[in-house]
Design a protein around this ligand. Structure first.
Ligand code: PBG
Length: 350
């Protein structure tokens, strides 16, 4: 008989089930609730439904045209008519809302991002077309200048510095143009100070009291936006980085201050971005404010899962579902995700 720490270890390794149970003396067995699919379903704390999804769409000029985004397998830029098709698909799949992002013709980009204020720009045309054909799908639009500026920044640039207050004045006009076109949710993603309050005030004065604001309240300066910048065509032109306006990834308390300010300024819903690397922020924000809280599973997160799946390194479908339930577990009320149509199809199929 082996002796270890002075206590005899039994050399016998095979026990009858009853003997084994007696030796362990377990009254609590966590595995009982996991023993079958029906039991797992019955005790599940969080579920993902199609109501949790916001589907980002990239729009471009053209007719009946689609162009793949190389760094986002399965994602395409869509001409307006095709964006309408996808909005119809969203309605069929019970996805409540789509988010529109334009690929602006490089010829229309300038220092000031003035195409953002054109009431007939791509985003506005897409809003109009979708509202006409699929009125029951919500439309969310980014407010920021990066798809329109020649330098790829979200704001106005002077001598290498992003100007806060001058930018806010332009963003207010951009928000009004989008509201006029029929946008339901204005989503300022620029991280300028004071923009939510300024936009709320302007919307109200123009009688757009029913237009909502979902603010990108805690938006981090992240490497995970890379593929998105390919999709909207700003990655090649972006000079420098966005660290003077987007948040430092090392900070967490600061996110709560950002969110508190946006709520005070009139945000109806708030967003944390990116998603999975910032789940702690989602949880803190939801706990602290109890606001409708959304997470953006950004382009780089999507690309990582897709790339690994395409290499056969992980099961893409399971990774997709697991990544999305994580947001629900952290307390998010919904997720902006490029997986939206695929996951909705999967959820519908059961
Ligand atoms: C624009 C904007 C960005 C994203 C959403 N709105 C990029 C950025 O801030 O550089 C990123 C979304 C994604 O990566 O999927 N301000």
């Amino acid at each position: 008989m082996a002796i270890k720490f002075g206590r005899p270890i039994e050399s016998r390794t095979r026990f009858t089930p009853v003997e084994a149970a007696q030796r362990l003396d377990l009254t609590v067995r966590m595995r009982r609730n996991r023993r079958s699919e029906w039991a797992r379903r019955m005790v599940r704390e969080h579920v993902l439904t199609t109501d949790d999804l916001i589907w980002p769409l990239f729009v471009m000029d053209g007719d009946n045209a689609r162009a793949p985004v190389a760094s986002m397998p399965g994602v395409e830029r869509l001409s307006v008519d095709q964006a309408v098709r996808e909005a119809e698909r969203a309605a069929k799949l019970s996805i409540p809302c789509v988010a529109l992002f334009p690929y602006t013709d490089p010829k229309l980009r300038d220092e000031a991002g003035s195409e953002a204020l054109n009431p007939d720009n791509l985003v506005c045309r897409a809003i109009g077309a979708i509202k006409k054909e699929v009125p029951n799908v919500g439309i969310l639009c980014d407010v920021a200048l990066d798809p329109f500026t020649s330098h790829g920044h979200d704001g106005l640039l002077r001598d290498g510095v992003i100007l806060n207050d001058e930018t806010v004045a332009v963003l207010v006009r951009q928000a009004l143009v989008q509201a006029e076109a029929g946008c339901d949710i204005i989503a300022p993603s620029d991280m300028m100070d004071g923009r939510v309050g300024a936009i709320r005030k302007a919307l109200d004065s123009a009688n757009f009291t029913d237009v909502s604001i979902m603010s990108y309240a805690a938006k981090y300066a992240s490497a995970f936006y890379g593929p998105f910048r390919d999709a909207v065509g700003s990655s090649k032109t972006l000079t420098g980085d966005k660290r003077t306006y987007q948040m430092d990834p090392g900070n967490s308390d600061e996110a709560l201050r950002e969110v508190a300010l946006d709520i005070e300024e009139g945000a109806d819903m708030i967003m944390v971005k990116p998603g999975l690397p910032y789940l702690d922020i989602v949880q803190r924000v939801k706990e602290a404010f109890g606001m409708p809280t959304f997470a953006y599973q950004v382009s780089g997160e999507y690309a990582m899962i897709m790339a690994a799946a395409q290499n056969g390194w992980l099961d893409g479908e399971r990774a997709m579902l697991e990544s999305l339930i994580a947001f629900k577990r952290a307390g998010a009320d919904g997720v902006l995700t490029y997986f939206a149509p695929r996951v909705a199809e999967k959820l519908k199929a059961g």
